[in-house]
Design a protein around this ligand. Sequence first.
Ligand code: CMP
Length: 139
Amino acid sequence: MSVQRTLCIIKPDAVEKKVSGHIIQRVLDEGFRIVALRQAHLTRTQAEGFYAVHRERPFFDELCTFMSRGPVVLAALEREDAVAHWRQVIGATDPAKADEGTIRKQFGANLGENATHGSDSEENGLIETAYFFPGHDLL
Ligand code: CMP
């Protein structure tokens, strides 16, 4: 195992529910170091660029509309085995299938409005943190 980076997004549904603070506390409780943190209201173009890999999926339009409907919190996280650990903490994509104690089980509503994002590979952890924190000195 090695120290990795992953991108956490607290999605618009979770920001609207005012649970960003709970999720950030969970990040800290799980032993992640917050390398960078900011709030942003994504433009549709930013959302489309971030999720470009899903461009051909039937839910792409709905996903980009949702992700740009209100503010999100973006956090670059670092930890041993960060990618797998954060995905375990957030739970399955569909909150109905997520384990008890996961963030999506606690705060997600459905497949689209599922409260949080986590990178799905070590490579994407680096690509996704760089997408939202370009040129930043990540501490
Ligand atoms: P995320 O981990 O951010 O990565 C891609 C997102 O697409 C995923 O979370 C879901 O929120 C969303 N998604 C996946 N499948 C569907 C679907 N069938 N309908 C709507 N959104 C989906």
